[in-house]
Structures are given as C-alpha cells and as structure tokens.
Design a binder for this molecule. Sequence first.
Ligand SMILES: *[C@@H]1O[C@H](CO)[C@@H](O)[C@H](O)[C@H]1NC(C)=O
Ligand SMILES: *[C@@H]1O[C@H](CO)[C@@H](O)[C@H](O)[C@H]1NC(C)=O
Ligand SMILES: *[C@@H]1O[C@H](CO)[C@@H](O)[C@H](O)[C@H]1NC(C)=O
Ligand SMILES: *[C@@H]1O[C@H](CO)[C@@H](O)[C@H](O)[C@H]1NC(C)=O
Ligand SMILES: *[C@@H]1O[C@H](CO)[C@@H](O)[C@H](O)[C@H]1NC(C)=O
Length: 391
Amino acid sequence: MFCLTYLLFVASAYAVLLPNATGPYSVGVSVHTLTDATRMDPYAPDDKPHERKVLISAFVPLNSTTTPCVSRSTLYMTPLVARDYDTLAASAGLSNETFTSLRMQLCDIPRGKSCFNGHGQRPDISKPSRPLLLFSPGFGQSRLLYGAMARSLASEGYVVITVDHPYDASVVEFPDGSFTRAANISTDDIAALEMVIQVRASDISFVIDQLQNVTALRQSIDHSAVRIDFDRIIMYGHSLGGAAAAATMLSDKRIRGGVNLDGRFFSPVKELGLERPFLNIGRPNHRSDDPTWDEFQQSMRAQSIELAIAGTTHSSFTDYPLIVSALGLTETAKKSLEDFLGTGQWDRVGDIIKRLVVAFDDLVFEHKTPKILQGADTKFPEVELVRSKPS
Ligand SMILES: *[C@@H]1O[C@H](CO)[C@@H](O)[C@H](O)[C@H]1NC(C)=O
Ligand SMILES: *[C@@H]1O[C@H](CO)[C@@H](O)[C@H](O)[C@H]1NC(C)=O
Ligand SMILES: *[C@@H]1O[C@H](CO)[C@@H](O)[C@H](O)[C@H]1NC(C)=O
Ligand SMILES: *[C@@H]1O[C@H](CO)[C@@H](O)[C@H](O)[C@H]1NC(C)=O
Ligand SMILES: *[C@@H]1O[C@H](CO)[C@@H](O)[C@H](O)[C@H]1NC(C)=O
C-alpha cells in the first residue's frame, strides 16, 4: 500500500471538498441497512450469530429542472471508516485527517419521495426509468472509497448502488452506530477468497431482490422518486469486487453485463466463462502478473474486451486519484505517491473509468461499440485496447 518514509506537506486545518461530478444530472444519496432473513452470516462471531446484513449507498440521478437540488456538503466517509483510511494516509506522509475532513457535494433527496419506486404505489410512469449499476469494492475496502466514482456515474443518469460486504471490509459502520470489523480471512487462501466471492454474489442478488420487492422497499428503503429499469442492470467492481461481478453474473441472470477494474478471477467463473458481455479494465500489463485474465478470456462465450489505462496502478481504480489531486500536493509529494497511484493525470482517471462504464452500457444495451472501447478515442489516449473477443 502506502510506503513513504518522510512527511509531506498537506494543509489539514480545513475541509477538502472533492470536485463536483460533471454529468447532466445532480445526484442525491441515501444509505440503507438491508437484512437477509434467509441467510445466517457465515462470518459472524461464534458467540453472536446473526442474519446476514449488508449496507448500501444508493446514488440517484435527479433532474434539476423537475427536482431542484438542495445541495449539501457531506462527509465523504463516516468517522470510523475515515479513521482507518487516515491511518493509511498518515503512513504515506499525508495528514492524519485527510479522510476525516474530506467532503463532497450531494443533493438532499426530497422528503417523502426519495429514491425508488416503492411506497406500494404504482411506479410513476411519468418518470423515466433508470439503468442500475451495482458496485462491489476491493477486498478489505469500504464502499465509501468509491463514492465519488458512483456519484459521477449517477450524474450520467444511472442509479448506482455501492455495497459494503461485512467482515471482509476492514470496517463497516452502520447508520445505527454499530459496526463490524474484518474477520480473519487470509488473502493467500484461495478457497477462503472463493467463499468471500460467493457470499458477495449472494449479497448482490439479495440487493436486487430487495429493490424489486415493493413490500421490502416500503419497509427498508421507502422511496419513490426514481424508477429502476431492471432489464438494464450492470455490475462493476474493483479487484476482488471485479471477480465478484463475474461470479454474480454466473449465478444471477438479471445482471446483463459486468466490468472488472483490475481484479483477478477465481473459480468457477474463471473456467466457465460467461454468456453475457464483460469488460476488463486494468493497469498496463495486468496480464503479465495475473494469468487468470488469459484463462477467463479463453472461457468467455460472449463479447469480452480488455483495456489498459496508461499510467495506472491497482490502486488507481478507486477514488484515491481524485482525492489526491484535490489535496493540492506539492510536486515532490506527488512524485512520492507515484509508486502507489501511478504516473497518469490523477484528475482524469475517474472520468476515464466513468466514460468506459457508460460506453460499455451502450455496448450491452444499444449494441454499439464506442471508440473509447476500441482504444481509439483521441480524447482519451490513455486507453489502450489490449484484446477483444470476438476480435
Ligand atoms: C429534465 O427534465 C426536463 C423536463 O421534463 C427535460 O426537458 C430534460 O431533458 C431533463 N434533463 C435530463 C438531463 O434528463
Ligand atoms: C456543486 O454542485 C452543487 C449541486 O449539487 C452546487 O450547489 C454547487 O454550487 C457546486 N459547486 C461547485 C464548486 O460548482
Ligand atoms: C494527528 O496528528 C497530529 C499532529 O501530527 C496529532 O497531534 C494528532 O493526535 C493526530 N491525530 C490522530 C487521530 O492520530
Ligand atoms: C488467522 O488465521 C490464521 C490461519 O488462517 C491463523 O494462523 C491466525 O492465528 C489467525 N489470527 C487470528 C487473530 O485469529
Ligand atoms: C418481499 O419482502 C417482504 C418483506 O421483507 C418479505 O416478507 C417477502 O418474502 C419478500 N418477497 C419476496 C418475493 O422476496
């Protein structure tokens, strides 16, 4: 992770605000705890068994013509999660309040008609229905580390749901103040990671079930302003979350396409492949340290595209690049973060990932192949086509 030995200058006495998303919609967010009464949590402590709970953030696009945005500067992370990331920041020589003081601008979701088509009412068909993007984080990571990426995709008109998977995330902090810390899961233990991925796949399918279940919506989500188009679901994820996207597609046909941000694949999807389109986006030469990309590519039975983004590392596929570029670091400080975050323009990475996901949505649902997916968009010279199938 971070590996710096000397202290870098960062102003920390005041809050840092992340730059706004740039899409045509303003974005509201709501946070929900969902409890799956059909599953006991396999990672719960032996002396405290409980049903599996997941924590989600739902980012919803709001049309500022019809729903004026009441904008609020909100904390980027909840306090406990921010403290964990601040420990990392401090070890990299950044301020130990980097994440605690970070904020971003979001709209209030109007009272009485927040996110979804619940309330037991008929969906308001005057509202256009929105495609759904589901997101699963890297192993050990919080969903909150991908909040700006989610907001940026929501600003393009998607409902974006980021999911915390308790006990593999280092900490999950629920709105009622309770929290879970990571269970002892070794990243060297392939079988243990395969199990994590299966649990994540069940979590994601459960989230879709809840979104589709009007009764459940009324009880736990209680929203009505946005309609979701359930025929238009894509899952994306970073690292182990990318592996989870592929695994979830294997077991849940409602997900029509998947995007893996620099993650390795696991069995069984690695050998079985998928019959629906998949996009791999990686750091340069991802394949040279990870043979699973070859295996997966060979197993794929539908369109599959592999892209590399120049100047990125594994950690680039998070909000880190955007955050670090918002900190106003000195050139020396930036230089020392290059091992961790690469040499690309950090303020561009998030935008490139967003455009790739949007382009992939066009591929899956409109059967178009935008130039950026061919590595041929001159506005994004960082994006290189590594290979595609059918080629
Ligand atoms: C917002 O709503 C207005 C009025 O219905 C519509 O003309 C406009 O295209 C919408 N904007 C977006 C970005 O969808
Ligand atoms: C960011 O967007 C919000 C609306 O979501 C707006 O109120 C605010 O002025 C914007 N800030 C900047 C710096 O553009
Ligand atoms: C952060 O660093 C400051 C000064 O370096 C120190 O006084 C403070 O106790 C630290 N806070 C935490 C939460 O570690
Ligand atoms: C975690 O698990 C490993 C083996 O998988 C074991 O060696 C280690 O002692 C465990 N650590 C804790 C804190 O339980
Ligand atoms: C919908 O949610 C309700 C309330 O949580 C639950 O009782 C019911 O079994 C769910 N229905 C389906 C089809 O999952």
